[in-house]
Design a protein around this ligand. Structure first.
Ligand SMILES: [Ca+2]
Length: 311
């Protein structure tokens, strides 16, 4: 009887997928990580994609391939990187979401969307299921190597155990419960240090008219913040953008979400002075800290990428 029921349930699940217009593609592989344990590495299939548009997150879809990896991990510092020496993979982008057993993208935790194909994100997670999505921004059959590692998560300086985005939701009780790894292999142990984290000033402060500086704070769980880099992108019409340059003027950039950065003054409290008041318009500001070992903050999320409008 049990066997018969399983077959019926399976058939129902297939029907449900086939009749849902926005069916989620099953992740190409799954992995379970343990803190300080071996990492998980994979080789991508060939990826095709046309030039990226300038909205975050960039959806997968026709003409833009995605490579999905589902990760089960307890509390820890989750670090994911992709690298490619393949000249056909001109620009790949990396997104890390909260997820469920079905591999659906939930809250976007971090993204790394430079104009090149080497990207990395890291985040202090509370534990659960996470989706690593690599998008072919500009790629003609290009490939990459991916790696995910879960490091130990030291407490903050004040002794608290906070993660970067608060507690994760409880695991989906109907889920299969993970277990095992498919489609990739273990790498060596992590032994890594934890990347620093930046917080931008609240949007209400950023958009204040007449403002002549951008400010924020940064911290490092296991070391010192060495410096903070900041980028300001002005969103124009027709998907065109410009970014603030060293001379104090905005100049056009090709990829809105992959801007050039300027060095801020200060460390745990930092400031980027502006030569001119910001003109009216829509902006996105990015902040990125580096620690004394040269370890760079892992990508951008709601704490260190913020949109605001100057009226
Ligand atoms: Ca990229």
């Amino acid at each position: 009887v049990t066997r018969h029921r399983k077959i019926l349930l399976g058939a129902a699940a297939v029907t449900a997928l086939a009749t849902t217009a926005t069916a989620i593609a099953e992740p190409a592989r799954t992995a379970s990580l343990t803190p300080g344990g071996p990492g998980f590495a994979w080789d991508s299939p060939a990826m095709n994609g046309a030039a990226a548009d300038s909205t975050l997150p960039i959806p997968c879809g026709p003409g833009k391939d995605c490579d999905d990896t589902l990760i089960h991990a307890p509390r820890g510092q989750l670090a994911v990187k992709i690298s490619s020496g393949d000249p056909n993979a001109k620009d790949l982008d990396l997104y890390l979401y909260r997820s469920n057993e079905q591999g659906e993208p939930g809250k976007l935790l971090k993204s790394s969307t430079s104009p090149a194909s080497n990207e990395q994100v890291s985040v202090a997670i509370g534990g659960g299921t996470y989706l690593v999505q690599v998008v072919a921004a500009t790629s003609a059959g290009g490939t990459f190597k991916g790696e995910a590692v879960l490091g130990e998560l030291p407490p903050l300086d004040d002794g608290t155990q906070a993660t970067d985005f608060g507690p994760d939701p409880a695991p989906d009780p109907s889920g299969g419960g993970g277990g095992g790894q498919t489609g990739g292999g273990n790498t060596g142990g992590s032994g890594q240090t934890v990347a620093p984290v930046t917080n931008l000033a609240p949007e209400t402060a950023l958009r204040r008219p007449g403002r002549r500086s951008l400010t924020g704070v940064a911290r490092d769980r296991d070391g010192k913040v060495a410096y903070v880099d900041v980028a300001i992108v002005k969103l124009g019409s027709g998907g065109k953008c410009s970014a603030l340059r060293v001379g104090g003027k905005f100049r056009a950039i090709r990829k809105c979400e992959g801007p050039p950065f300027l060095r801020a003054t200060g460390t745990t409290k930092w400031k980027l002075k502006l030569k001119h008041r910001l003109a009216k318009g829509r902006y996105v500001v990015y902040a990125l800290a580096t620690d004394q070992d040269g370890k760079v903050e892992g990508g951008f999320g709601s704490l260190n990428r913020r949109a605001f409008r100057v009226r």
